[in-house]
Design a protein around this ligand. Structure first.
Ligand SMILES: Cc1cc2nc3c(=O)[nH]c(=O)nc-3n(C[C@H](O)[C@H](O)[C@H](O)COP(=O)(O)O)c2cc1C
Length: 179
């Protein structure tokens, strides 16, 4: 692959990151999971604090319990694995930004390896159950998870016509001035 092709491939992967919520529970190879976690570990963070611990959940009962605590993230029940982002409780504004960066890296790393993924948001009323299930000490925040797996046939189908799932370019980009 030439340099130009390689750069185009990186951008293709970034554009291909979409939520796939129809997942098969079949395990994904450890090497793939490790590559995702290594990529996540190298995410940049405010002051390089790296305020995260990535808890990899593969136990089916635990995945079901997390899904029960997160009604908008039912996809985690059928995932091969979920990575739960446990954030420290300091500097909430910066840590929230770091959490988003790390979550996105996981989605990108999964996509690059042909693994389907979907973000999940654990609502405030579900966080205590997940914290206790995973043995997370008090004072840490458990809010974001990423479900990983192989897409089912339905999950692998395009969700919308190409190019239609985002606001038009000219609506979201301004040059030099906002207005
Ligand atoms: C902060 C945040 C929370 C989200 N929570 C959920 C969630 O709980 N469940 C879910 O299925 N998707 C969740 N998503 C994914 C978005 O719904 C999704 O990225 C968006 O609709 C665009 O679709 P796409 O990812 O397929 O391009 C969340 C995304 C963000 C940024």
């Amino acid at each position: 692959m030439t340099d130009v092709e390689q750069r185009a491939e990186v951008l293709r992967v970034l554009r291909a990151v979409r939520s796939v919520r129809d997942l098969r529970p079949d395990p994904i190879p450890d090497a793939v999971l490790m590559a995702i976690l290594e990529t996540a570990r190298w995410t940049g963070s405010g002051m390089n604090r790296q305020p995260w611990t990535f808890v990899v959940v593969r136990d089916r009962d635990a995945l079901a319990a997390i899904a029960a605590a997160s009604p908008n993230a039912g996809h985690v029940a059928n995932a091969a694995a979920a990575i739960v982002l446990v954030m420290d409780g300091e500097m909430p504004e910066i840590t929230t930004f770091d959490e988003g960066r790390a979550a996105e890296r996981i989605l990108i790393a999964a996509t690059a390896q042909g693994i389907a993924s979907a973000l999940g948001w654990i609502p405030p009323e579900g966080r205590e159950a997940v914290r206790s299930l995973l043995g997370v000490p008090e004072g840490r925040r458990v809010r974001t998870l990423v479900s990983l797996g192989i897409a089912t046939e339905a999950g692998a189908r395009p969700k919308s016509a190409p190019g239609t799932a985002r606001k038009p370019f000219d609506e979201v980009v301004r040059w030099d001035r906002f207005g």
